[in-house]
Write a protein that binds this ligand. Structure first.
Ligand SMILES: [Zn+2]
Length: 133
């Protein structure tokens, strides 16, 4: 795992990191652990939020900007005041509850991604090349 220097990141990524650091009062650190990927998926960046530092790790080198920015938007949504979905539905049957919860999570993920994709079209990081990857 290698730490990526802020100077090596593109402007809109640095801006997004600044926004997160201001809102969260935490430092954002970016690490790379590049692996071979045949396809681009959205789990090629992950983050762990600690008490003082938010560590972001990316594994896709070719689309590093895209996956990193994507993850940073997730973090921004996570620390923003937007309402989170609280699933308090219970059916009395554990397996049904599990399905309700995973459906709710899937909907939430889809909504969150719709929002993020919108941002990535606006900032230009969702290029045609990324779209086709
Ligand atoms: Zn995502």
């Amino acid at each position: 795992m290698e730490k990526i220097n802020r100077n090596d990141l593109s402007d809109n990524i640095v801006n997004q990191i600044d926004t997160i650091e201001q809102k969260s009062n935490k430092k954002v650190e970016v690490y790379s652990e590049f692996e071979e990927h045949d396809t681009l998926t959205l789990d090629q960046a992950t983050h762990v939020t600690g008490d003082e530092v938010i560590k972001v790790q990316i594994t896709n080198e070719k689309y590093a900007d895209f996956v990193l920015l994507h993850e940073l938007y997730h973090i921004e949504l996570e620390i923003s005041d937007e309402p989170s979905i609280n699933v308090s539905v219970t059916s009395g049957q554990t397996d049904v509850d599990g399905r309700i919860l995973s459906t709710a999570n899937a909907i939430f993920e889809a909504l969150e991604h719709a929002k993020i994709v919108e941002k990535q079209v606006a900032d230009g990081s969702l290029t045609d090349e990324v779209h086709e990857a």
